[in-house]
Design a binder for this molecule. Sequence first.
Ligand code: ADP
Length: 465
Amino acid sequence: MKLNLKIAIFLTAGFLAVLLVFVMMPGARPGRDSLVFFTLTAVVDLFLAIYLKKTVVDPVKRLKAVVQKIGAGDLTKRVEVGSHDEIGELSASFNRMTEKLVDANRDLQAKVKELSEEHGRLSSLVESVKLGVVMVDLRLSVILANQAARAIFGKPQAKNISFQDMSDKIKGSVNISQALSYYVHAGKPLNIQEVMIGESYYRLFMSPVRDIVEHIFIGAVVVMEDVTDQKKLDKMRTEIVSVTSHQLRTPATIVKGNLEMVLGGDVGKISKAQKELLDDTYLGNERMIHLINDLMDAAKINEGKLVFPLAPVQLEDIVEEVTKENQAFADEKHVKLVYNQPAAGLPKVNINKDKIKQVFQNLIDNAVKYSSIDDKGRVEVDIQSDDKYLRFAVKDNGIGIPKADQEKMFERFSRGSNSTKLDPGGGSGLGLYIAKAVVEQAGGKIWFESKEGEGSTFYVAFPIH
Ligand code: ADP
């Protein structure tokens, strides 16, 4: 029965009972009747109060106690559902709600367990990686630094390191905080080939980190690889190459001198057959001297010692000279070599004449060599200028460079996969590597455009001062 119905019935019944007694009382007198009426009302009200306490106040108190316990986290508690009134319904609803809470809590616990296990696995993985790993936020505060990273920065026992610890110790050509700020905000990765931290060398890989849910950049991860041993090995290799090439150059130069004397008839007449053999020997020796010189230059580049004096030079003079020198080679390969002379005089550029001549020599030689597939080979050389740059270009219609090889074409010993057929003697793959270093040393740029099977154009540009 509903609570307000119960109360209404009780009040009405009490009132009616008292009224009945009062009306039916024979010879009723006002003073006595009023006393009886009030006494009876008080008795009925007392019963009513006891009833209300049992049916309303006590269940509410019990509900309150259970609510407090559940609020404190004890989800095992339930409210006793005694009656079918609103209090009873409220208690039953409350129990149902608590059941749902228990279910939700169980799911939550499982999720939390799963997440903390995953977090644990990730943390152990990052901690046990031999590479130094540091994560910074957008304000360059270090959020995480693994054991290897803390050791690199001299704090193996610390829980974390500060960005200051890092930037103070990293010595290199790039300012680490500027580079990180720029690349993190631009969302671009950056690799720094070499920095020094303490006595060791490191390669740094920096990558912006995106929030996987909101897809916004939230910081960057810096991975540090110790390359000290590789560097030592590289240095040793370079020294061996350098010493060996020096040792080889002297006998090769002696062979060249002696062959020139014999071929020139200085030591007597030689037969046709002897001349043919000696010509081949001479060419082979020339190739060897070329290779030795390239190896020595490459070793110098590696040691950072390829430095030449620069002076103002009229570039078109060199280009004309080199084109003429290559004419015989082009004729031999049935390639048409054309030099498009500039209409007007060009400004001078600050370069090392001999070394740049060697670069142009190599580029024209390559263009002729790699376009001699049939008798339709054509190589065009030109030189142009705008306000800022003087640009040399050599264009051929040869085999081109396969797309897959293009990115590493200026690296040491790099050769296109399609080149060996036209150059069975075997180029060294050092020419472009040296050319890049020589051109860049003079503040210039070298690049190419190429399509396999259609040809290539190599460009070299120098700033006009
Ligand atoms: P080398 O020619 O001695 O191998 P280079 O460093 O001068 O060394 O050239 C490297 C490679 O670049 C060549 O082996 C060839 O695969 C490619 N290459 C250079 N110039 C051209 C060109 N004009 N056409 C096609 N491939 C070229």
